[in-house]
Design a protein around this ligand. Structure first.
Ligand SMILES: [Zn+2]
Length: 198
């Protein structure tokens, strides 16, 4: 585990808010949390406060449920960010062909969703009794009927995990496919206050 400092700017008013500590996590475990970087990434880079909150979520969950962290901060200028951009373009093309009636979702599903901004935008997954729950067996191309079936099968576990994430200040993505990918944004009290005044 390695860490570094970056400057964090407020999204809307562009003034310096605080130093943010990024923690680089390699494949393995951090306490009870599993780290599984999503290909082609070799590590997950997240904000240290976000990591602390994820650990609190994990502690609050039953032992048979384990959170897996798969994606965090990925600067657009890095090789990984460039690779993601290429994948996104290919993905948008395939998605448009397969699901032309769902084009309104493309921005939500294929946007960077904050992963290029800081380490407070993360993707997690769930492991139940040692087996990873695949809510999207075909990735973002999983048809909605299959997503519904997977969600229904694991509904009590999903509700439990999502409730604990919300309790620690995470918000889940508004799009159902991104939510199945468990994209979460950590909302600090200052973010909530400023969004409430806009
Ligand atoms: Zn995400």
């Amino acid at each position: 585990m390695a860490s570094c400092f970056v400057l964090k700017y407020h999204h809307s008013s562009f003034f310096l808010v605080a130093f943010m500590t990024l923690v680089q996590l390699r494949y393995g475990t951090i306490g009870p949390l599993c780290i599984r970087p999503r290909w082609p990434a070799r590590q997950v880079c997240i904000d240290s406060l976000t990591l602390q909150k994820l650990l609190r979520v994990q502690v609050a969950l039953p032992d048979r449920i384990c959170l897996i962290v798969t994606r965090g901060y990925e600067p657009a200028t890095a090789a990984l960010g460039a690779a993601r951009t290429v994948f996104r373009k290919l993905g948008v093309f395939v998605f448009s062909v397969l699901y032309c009636h769902r084009r309104k979702e493309i921005a939500d599903i294929f946007g960077t969703n904050g992963h290029d901004i800081d380490g407070m935008h993360i993707d997690v997954s769930i492991q139940l009794e040692g087996c990873r729950i695949r809510l999207l067996p075909l990735g973002v191309f999983t048809p909605l009927w299959l997503q519904r079936r997977r969600r229904k099968k694991f509904a009590p576990i999903l509700y439990a995990v999502q409730a604990e994430l919300r309790r620690e200040g995470f918000t889940l993505h508004r799009n159902r496919t991104e939510r199945a990918q468990m994209h979460c944004d950590l909302r600090l009290p200052s973010d909530v206050a400023s969004s409430g005044t806009r």
